[in-house]
Design a protein around this ligand. Structure first.
Ligand SMILES: *Cc1c(COP(=O)(O)O)cnc(C)c1O
Length: 442
């Protein structure tokens, strides 16, 4: 009896690599050493911080294996000790996230910011420098510009939509090129392949400890629309709180990338502490990933329609959406943003601004529009975050990007009156009806 229930005695006859990503996201790894699937169909939600060890020797083995992945045999069963070091729900989720992003390994964190702090924490030290795109999420901007200078880590922000701008700030101390594509909130698209090409040339002349790594925040695209590692990135990070989690119930983050960095990253996570909650891991694994293709494909459909509606509206000055042929980065977006079947997948976010005679007037009109929508629109909620079931609008200059000083907004690529719209799953005609009404009154 016992033997029959032991999944290690089963042989995995199914070659899951032959199946599509949509199917894979539902089944995940149908055989995992991280959990015994003899009975459960859905992975159980584990809620145990500690794990019983059979002997002191077994405990010692667990501690010596931890962060020594070279000790681990292929498909060996992990020795779980304490949640902060690793546990089944996170491990199962990590296997699946690595698969979907085409990375060698994935490691989850408590939040997207935890993941960013994790990867930058192991790639940089005092005296090093980072090159980053001028437009990025407000808290990442604050981390790099307010906190890292305390450790003498310098952040050089340039316009990476021109990859050659790297050379303007590159030094012997540069260790990381960091960007989002599409960028939050203005949807700038960065040519990942062009940056790879430059860094391959730079790295060819550098020793192992001096190399420069590419870290791409892929939160806006989600792996459904773009896999940066395939395009040349060394590491991808995500806020799981957004499109991958998808329902706005849990926070999380992940770093996906090179296996040779796994041990350092898991040690860093152990000591700095930003581990993903087991319940959050289970939610993403059970609800987020299996529905990702359905949700994001619907959001793309909605976003495309809304972008077309807004760009033909007389009161609208600007619409940034990667799926609009008039968008500055349309051709590059077509090259980089593709769903699992290779179709153009321009994402679920838009950035737009109302017409006005000055930045101040546009900002004021945007404020009026959002305040009116907050009270009168059924399908648009004034709230931060993105990639959820509901359509969300917000004002980056005064909300998500308030860490960027007002006089730095324009040079950071953020229109002061710009409105960020994150599409949900509603019937798009309802959203357009609400947009039309809100625009008609201001
Ligand atoms: C939200 C967001 C983050 C931070 O994620 P949290 O889970 O909120 O910590 C990082 N990058 C981008 C692009 C985001 O939108």
């Amino acid at each position: 009896m016992e033997k029959e229930n032991d999944s290690s005695t089963k042989t995995n006859a199914i070659d899951d690599s032959a199946y599509s990503m949509e199917t894979h996201l539902i089944y995940g790894k149908n055989q995992s050493t991280k959990w015994d699937y003899a009975h459960h169909v859905v992975a159980p939600l584990t809620s145990s911080v500690i794990f019983r060890l059979d002997s002191v020797e077994r405990g010692a083995e667990g501690f010596s294996e931890f962060a020594h992945s070279d000790f681990l045999k292929e498909n060996s069963r992990p020795i779980y000790i304490y949640d902060r070091l690793g546990e089944p729900n996170k491990d199962l989720l990590e296997e699946n996230l690595a698969y979907i992003e085409k990375g060698e390994m994935a490691l989850t964190f408590s939040t997207g910011m935890g993941a960013i702090s994790g990867i930058l924490g192991i790639l940089t030290k005092t005296g090093d420098e980072i090159i980053s795109h001028r437009t990025m999420y407000g808290c990442t901007f604050s981390l790099l510009n307010n906190w890292y200078p305390r450790y003498q880590i310098k952040n050089n922000q340039v316009d990476l939509t021109e990859a050659e701008n790297i050379y303007k700030v590159l030094s012997d101390k540069t260790r990381v090129v960091y960007f989002e594509s599409p960028a939050n909130p203005n949807l700038d698209i960065i040519d990942i392949g062009a940056i790879r090409k430059i860094l391959d040339e730079v790295n060819a002349k550098r020793g192992e400890t001096e190399k420069v790594y590419i870290v791409v925040d892929n939160t806006f695209a989600t792996p459904y629309c773009q896999r940066p590692i395939e395009l040349g990135a060394d590491f991808t990070i995500h806020s799981l709180t957004k499109g991958i989690g998808g329902f706005g119930t849990d926070m999380g983050g992940v770093v996906i990338g090179r296996k040779s960095f796994y041990d350092a990253l898991v040690l860093y996570r152990k000591d700095f502490g930003a581990v993903l909650n087991t319940k959050a891991a289970w939610t993403v694994l059970t609800y987020g990933l299996p529905t990702l293709p359905l949700r994001i494909s619907k959001q793309i459909e909605n976003a495309q329609r809304i972008a077309e509606f807004l760009s033909s509206h007389p009161k609208i000055e600007l619409v940034n959406y990667p799926g609009l042929p008039s968008f500055r980065f349309y051709e590059l977006a077509k090259k980089q943003m593709k769903d699992f079947k290779g179709n153009f997948a321009p994402g679920s976010l838009l950035f737009f601004a109302l017409k006005g005679n000055s930045n101040e007037e546009m900002r004021e009109l945007g404020r009026k529009f959002m305040n009116y929508a907050a009270k009168n629109a059924y399908t648009m909620t004034l709230a931060v975050s993105l990639g959820h079931t509901r359509t969300l609008i917000e004002h980056p200059a005064s909300m998500t990007h308030s860490a960027v000083p007002a006089d730095k907004l324009v040079e950071s690529g953020i229109h002061p009156g710009g409105i960020r719209l994150a599409c949900g799953l509603e019937n798009v005609n309802d959203i357009i009806k609400d947009l039309e009404r809100c625009l008609s009154v201001i």
